[in-house]
Design a protein. Structure first.
Length: 115
């Protein structure tokens, strides 16, 4: 019985190390929220878009308008934040790579929850 218990403990421990958490867990959502409030909220409050009303931050619109969203949603959002497009300014140089990762994770998290 002790051997079975020891085996189970080892198996669960190894499984815990083997399974990688999703990318959202790596990003700091609290920091992302602060970055969003300071840099994005003016145009995207509540996931809306005051410049182009049809291009919101809803998951459906992100999937529709961001290249590569279906392959890696957070990377597609980060690319948009970094490089901008049309009316959206590029934040490369204004935000650190960590801030861009955090705000991208925050936007994806909110989009998945429906804002």
């Amino acid at each position: 019985m002790k051997k079975l218990f020891a085996f189970l403990v080892v198996a669960v421990t190894l499984l815990g190390f083997a399974i990688q958490p999703p990318a959202l867990a790596d990003a700091n959502l609290a920091s992302g929220s602060q970055v969003f409030a300071a840099n994005c909220n003016a145009c995207h409050m509540g996931g809306k878009n005051v410049i182009m009303a049809n291009k919101t931050l809803s998951k459906a619109d992100l999937a529709k308008y961001l290249k590569g969203f279906s392959d890696d949603a957070q990377a597609a959002i980060a690319y948009q934040v970094t490089n901008g497009k049309n009316a959206m300014p590029a934040f490369k140089g204004r935000l650190t790579p960590t801030q861009i990762e955090d705000v991208s994770a925050y936007v994806l998290s909110k989009a998945e929850k429906g804002w």
